[in-house]
Design a protein around this ligand. Sequence first.
Ligand SMILES: Cc1cc2nc3c(=O)[nH]c(=O)nc-3n(C[C@H](O)[C@H](O)[C@H](O)COP(=O)(O)OP(=O)(O)OC[C@H]3O[C@@H](n4cnc5c(N)ncnc54)[C@H](O)[C@@H]3O)c2cc1C
Ligand code: SF4
Length: 488
Amino acid sequence: MADPKGFLTHDRELPQRRPVDVRIRDWREVYDDFPAEKLTRQAARCMDCGIPFCHNGCPLGNLIPEWNDLVYRDDWREAIERLHATNNFPEFTGRLCPAPCEMACVLGINADPVAIKRVEVEIIDRAFAEGWVSPQPPVARTGKKVAVVGSGPAGLAAAQQLTRAGHDVVVFERADAIGGLLRYGIPEFKMEKRNIDRRIEQMAAEGTEFRTGVNVGVDVTAAQLRAEFDAIVLAGGATAWRDLPVPGRDAEGVYQAMEYLPPANKGFGDSGISAQGKHVVVIGGGDTGADCIGTAIRQGAASVTQLEIMPKPPADRPGSQPWPTFPMLFKMESAHEELAEMGGDRVYAVSTTEFVKDAEGRLAALRLVDVEGPAAGFKPVPGTEREIPAQLVTLAMGFLGPEKGGLLSELAELSAGEFFDPRGNVARNTSYETGVDGVFAAGDMGRGQSLIVWAIAEGRSAAAAVDEFLTGQTALPVAIPPTARPLV
Ligand SMILES: Cc1cc2nc3c(=O)[nH]c(=O)nc-3n(C[C@H](O)[C@H](O)[C@H](O)COP(=O)(O)OP(=O)(O)OC[C@H]3O[C@@H](n4cnc5c(N)ncnc54)[C@H](O)[C@@H]3O)c2cc1C
Ligand code: SF4
C-alpha cells in the first residue's frame, strides 16, 4: 500500500487547465504540467483495497493499486510495465477516458476518488520521455496473415497484440492517416496527434504494416481479403450518424459533427468548414458536442450555443445511480468552461423544429421549443416556441451503428447466421467471431457507439480469439467477453 494515511492527509488534486483566453488561441492540449511531487501525493491516496472496485470499473482490468504504489515508491519503470500489462495505449485512455475506474473507486463512496487517470497519463508520458517504450517484435513468426480493417483503438489494439504473437498483420484504413476517431474525430486540444504518431512508429517497428487510403469493400473486396489472409478483424467503428430530419434540413450551413470535425482536425482549424464570425449551434449535449464547441470557439465563432433534448443532469450522484455505477452527471469539460467564459449557453430540454433558411437557402436561424422529459415522450411545451440566430449548426446526436453496404453487405451474404444483431451492429459469438468463418469483429463495429477504453479491451480480447483460431492455442489475455457492459 502506498501510504496508509494518504487518503486522510491529501485531497484530490488535478492539474490546472491553461487560462481560457490563452488556450483558445492555440490547438494544444488544455492542461498545464503536473509536478511530480503532487502526483506522488495523488498516488498516495490509494488505499490498496482488498477488493479494488476500480479494477471492475475498468473494462481493461487495469492493475490500478499496483501502479499507484509503484509511483508512490518512485519505481516508474515497473509502473509502466504493470500499466502496459493490461493496456496497449494508456496515452489515449489517460487523456480521453471518462474514467469509469474513478467512478468505481472505493474512496469515492464518501470522499473524492483517487486521481487514477492522471497517474496513468503521467506514467506513460514519463515512459516515452525516458525511452522505455521500445518496439517489442515477436521472437518467432507463425507465417499466418491477418487483415485488420479500421485503425481506431480497437483495430490498433488487435493489431499490436497479433503482431507481437508472431502473425503478419496488415491494417487497412480508408482515411489518409491512421487512428480512427482518435485522429479525425477527437480534437488536438483534447489529445495532440503526436501521441498517435509515436505509437504508430512503435507498432511499425514491431512489424505491423499500415495501408492507408484503402476502403475495404470498394478498393479491395472482402473475397480478395479472405483469399489473401488467414483471418480478418473488422474494426471499422460505428460511423452511421443520427440525423435530424426536420424542415429546412437541406439548408446550407447544417453539418454532421463528423463532417465538421475531420477537416478542422486536419488543418487545426484552418481548412474546411469554418465557424469564424458565425453564430454556431451545436445540437447534442455529449462528448462530440463538446468537441464541436471547443473547435468553433478556436475558429473564432461569434457565439456558440449547445442544445440538448434531455433534461439537465444532476451535479452529484442521484440515489438511482449509486456507487460504483457510472452515473450520468452534469459535466464541465474544458470546452464547456470556454463556452461559459464567452457567454454561451447550454440549453436543456429543448428540441429543434425547423432550420430556417434565408432567400439563398442558407441557414439563418433555428426554431426551437421546450420539451417535457423522456417520460412524457418529449412533448412540446406550448408557448415556448422561439427562434435563435444560426449560420452554422453541427449535429452531434450520436451514431446508429456501423455503415451497412460495401464490405458488410458482402460479408452478410456469406454469413452462416444473422450477420447483424438486433441493434444493427455486427453480431459476434463468445469468441468475437462473426457468422463468416475466420472473420472477427471488435470495437464500436460490434458493440455500437462506445468509448476508447472499451474499444481497446475488445481489440485485445478479439486478438486472443484470432490467435487461438490460427494456432489452436493462445497466451494472449482476454480483457472482456463481447457481452460485457458498463455497470449502470
Ligand atoms: C467526436 C468524438 C469524440 C469522442 N470522444 C471520446 C472521448 O473523449 N473519450 C472516449 O473514450 N471516447 C470518445 N469517443 C468515442 C470513441 O472515439 C470511439 O468509441 C472509439 O474510437 C471506437 O474505436 P473503434 O476502433 O471501434 O472505431 P473508430 O475509432 O471509429 O475507427 C474505425 C476506423 O475504421 C475505418 N474504416 C471503417 N470502414 C472501413 C473500411 N471499409 N475500410 C477501411 N477502413 C474503414 C474508419 O475510417 C475509422 O478510421 C468519441 C467519439 C467521437 C465521434
Ligand atoms: S478502488 Fe480506489 S482506493 Fe481502492 S485500490 Fe482502486 S484506486 Fe485505490
